[in-house]
Design a protein around this ligand. Sequence first.
Ligand SMILES: *Cc1c(COP(=O)(O)O)cnc(C)c1O
Length: 354
Amino acid sequence: MKIHNFSAGPSILPKEVIHQAAEAVKELDNSGLSLIEISHRSSAFISIMDEACALALKLTGLENKGYKSIFVQGGASLQFLMTAYNFLNRKAGYINTGTWSEKAIKEAKLFGEVQELASSKEANYNFIPKGYKIPNDLDYLHLTSNNTIFGTQIKKIPETKVPLVADMSSDIFSRKFDYSKFDCFYAGAQKNMGPAGTTLVIIKEEILNKISNTVPSMLSYKIQAEKDSMFNTPPVFAVYTSMLNMRWVESKGGIEKLGEHNMHKAKLLYGEIDRNSKFVGFAAKEDRSDMNATFNLVNQSDTEAFDGLCNAAGISGLKGHRSVGGYRASMYNALPIESVDVLVECMKSLEKNK
Ligand SMILES: *Cc1c(COP(=O)(O)O)cnc(C)c1O
């Protein structure tokens, strides 16, 4: 049976990417060696890393714009502390839009003063705060561009005079954006870029060169950048597969084209959530994420019937996060619109059968 993978992460990747990655594990480009047994210092792997770094800048429109891309380990969670360790001297501002923001705030507090400039915690993070004041004396402002758990997404990036840092783990490469508004952004690979095990960090060279904090080597953006992501052994499989996926994104017309496709998928699903009397959306309409749609049943007594319909249709990974309950449909780049059609059909069937 065909499986429709709505998992929030690790999550769906294009079939051809998985196939190519599997081939490379068997043998990398007729080298007689597997991807996972060659030296990371071999010319073959160095060119893979170079291509991955170059593609990340190309896809975000930051090629030759004074940015550096690096791949590090430790997941997006390590970035919560690396951003603060490297950039926080005195005071940073954070917008609290969910569990991941909260975790970022917790780590940053180890390194300096943290001002929570706005929060939607009281509403269980079902909206994105707007119109808050951003002091001009912050070392940086930190945002979470897409809230994977709650299904909200920042649509308009606030104007700031201070450096802007963003966790883009669950919407990197998913929509057209002016990425040059950001001074540093990062994304754990396993949502919309590749397999778990690596994290992409893109930093403006201007701010990279200004880092004055003394930071241990592994956690230092300067050292990771100077060593071209090869300070120590990089996670070769995760970087290679992410590179394959970035090639795929480019072959599909880049993030502009995929962004249109993603918007289309999201419209289809939200349209049904709003139309169908059996369902109710979780997030405020204007802040709804194109990547993760959160919704609940109006009557919990329909749970068994709806889950049965979904299982029979091959839908996988639809269970909502425990802090929201209900359902979450993650519609990352690789999810075809046919999968959304199948989910919408299940929702319609539930309404019809009762
Ligand atoms: C999943 C996720 C994280 C955590 O990523 P790890 O790689 O597991 O550390 C952080 N931020 C956001 C927005 C996420 O979706």
